[in-house]
Design a protein. Sequence first.
Length: 245
Amino acid sequence: MVILFMKIDILTIFPKMFKGPFSESLIGRAVKKAIVEVNIVDIRSFSKDKHKKVDDRPFGGGAGMVMKPEPLYDAIKSVGVKKKNSCCKDHNASPYVVYMSPQGRTLNNDVVKRFSVFEHLVVICGHYEGIDERIMKYVDEEVSVGDYVLTGGEIPAMVLIDSVSRMLPGVVGEPESVKNDSFFNGLLDYPHYTRPAVFKGYKVPRVLLSGDHKKINRWRIKESYKRTKRRRPDLLKNCKCKCIS
């Protein structure tokens, strides 16, 4: 299934963090071309506390604070989420709710490709010790950007949205470049060269100057395989192309 337009709602307590990343580069152009619509939802605006407080102390004691359920629930409801979606649903038009959490599934290219077929993503940026567990009833999936902890879910949300958006038709100028990216076919990318042909005494591999595209493609596959075997041999078990050792 190919998605031509994707709506993304980001639920955050720091909306100003997203001004730069989504107005520049390829994502900014995708927004201008109406391929992607990014809406920033300020969770604090749903707080009924006079100080717009969105956190409180955890029941049972312990360090840190927990994001309160009421404002987060109202923020989720405001973007069209009525109840927890099924991960096995047949259509992808309903909002799919993703919570950026260090406890979630690690983000990789397979996850990115799977998310790229949803027409509506809702991304929750957590903070403090996390969100009230009762909100998880409205979350479809937790996603982590790695085995480490950041100050909040905003930067992980940017990583997720950037990686998913570039999968959509029209975001990247040359679609073939996406297919040649690292991880797309289970391999790391091959080495790239540009002008000049000689730099500081180092020459571009002769095959790239030959004009023989069959030989060039064969060289690139071999180099991708060699690089993957040297740097990330664990990826070879998922290799989806016929590699030449």
